[in-house]
Structures are given as C-alpha cells and as structure tokens.
Design a protein around this ligand. Structure first.
Ligand SMILES: [Zn+2]
Length: 210
C-alpha cells in the first residue's frame, strides 16, 4: 500500500485560527548541553491538520477518549467540489454524490482551498458550508467528514452542532492537505492524541492507496 500524507507541516509561529493560541516550538534541551534534544511545544488543541471531538461545541458531546478508534480509520471517499474564496458549499453541491453518502461513510471533500494554507486569507475567506448542507449530511448518517478548509462553515456554532450533536456525532477533520493527489476511493487514517477530556487534537492524516 502506498501512503499519501494529508497533513500540513507544523512550524513555530505559523498562523492559527483567529483567537486560538499561536504554535510555539522551542528548545528545552540540546545534545550539546544535556546530551539529548527535547523540544517544548505550546499550541491550541485545534492546531493545523486536526479533528474535532463532539465536545468542541456540544456540552454533553463525546470527548476524544470516548470516541471509538474505529471512527478514525477505514475506507473513505473523496468528493471534488471546486470553490472560490468565500463561496458557499450547498446541499445542491453534495446531492450528486448521494450514492456515496451512506451510513458510516468517511467523506472528504476538496474545494481547492488547501492551496491557500499559510496565506493570510486561509482562515477568513474559505468556502463555507451552509447549515442546510450540514443538516443533509447529518441526515445521511455519515461517520466522518474531512475537508481542506480550516472549519466547515462560517456558521461555526450552528454547523458544528448539526454535524456533532447526537445522533449524528460526525468526526470533523479540518485543514487537510494534498487532496488533489487522491483517487475517489482510499483508506483514511487519522488518529488523535489521547488528550483526556480533549475537545480536539492534531492528527497525522494519511491516505492509503492500493
Ligand atoms: Zn477544529
């Protein structure tokens, strides 16, 4: 199996979601002084390529360690939905893919916005899912929804609730990279770190292709 890395690099000082902590990676120990290299890392739980636990927006929602590991691994499908800055992703954009939006499906969509990662407009002008589109996906009972934008929608509160409140509890994977390299079907791998009580975690997102 060939692997494609769907993860953006993590670098000291890189742009974060507005209001979130800035990623800081510093030197704690060095081979010259302490005989080993150790870094000190400070960041928000939604840094870079990461996933959201339902607890991110839903008070009684699952936290990371309460989410079954099976949710983070398995067959996935890519939807190509090319969008320009600021455009909406609508229910009409999703309906042509309806036969792939089946219960338990892992669905990742590419708008092309991954090419803006690291640019000033990445966190502000991303293509944004309408609440109607989110309600449609929740009704299809998919398991995981991944995207190349930093969040599914500028309607942050409403769309996170639609996707992650019970019974939907859809895993949301944000800021994916290199989606243009993917075929229609692949294996998705993206496990979070086991932050107890966590609302989200960076992941190493990988696609496996036969
Ligand atoms: Zn997030």
């Amino acid at each position: 199996m060939k692997f494609i890395d769907l993860t953006h690099p993590m670098r000291h000082g890189q742009l974060s979601f507005p209001g979130d902590p800035v990623l800081e990676i510093g030197v704690h120990a060095t081979i010259e002084k302490q005989r080993c290299n150790v870094s000190r890392i400070s960041m928000g739980s939604h840094q870079g390529t990461h996933l959201d636990a339902p607890f991110h927006f839903v008070p009684e929602g699952k936290r990371i360690e309460q989410m079954p590991l099976e949710w983070f691994y398995g067959p996935a499908t890519l939807l190509r939905i090319p969008k320009q800055a600021g455009e909406d992703i609508t229910r009409a954009d999703l309906e042509p893919f309806e036969e792939r939006l089946t219960p338990g499906a892992r669905v990742i969509y590419e708008t092309g916005w991954h090419r803006h990662y690291g640019q000033d407009d990445y966190f502000s002008d991303f293509p944004s899912m309408t609440p109607e589109a989110a309600a449609y996906l929740a009704g299809r009972r998919i398991r995981l929804l991944g995207m190349d934008t930093p969040t599914p929608s500028r309607a942050y509160y409403e769309v996170h609730h639609l996707l992650q409140q019970k019974p939907a509890e859809i895993v949301i994977v944000e800021s994916l990279a290199h989606l243009d390299a993917l075929p229609e079907h692949f294996l998705f791998i993206g496990f979070p770190l086991r932050f107890e009580g966590g609302d989200g975690s960076p992941i190493r997102a990988i696609a496996g292709i036969d």
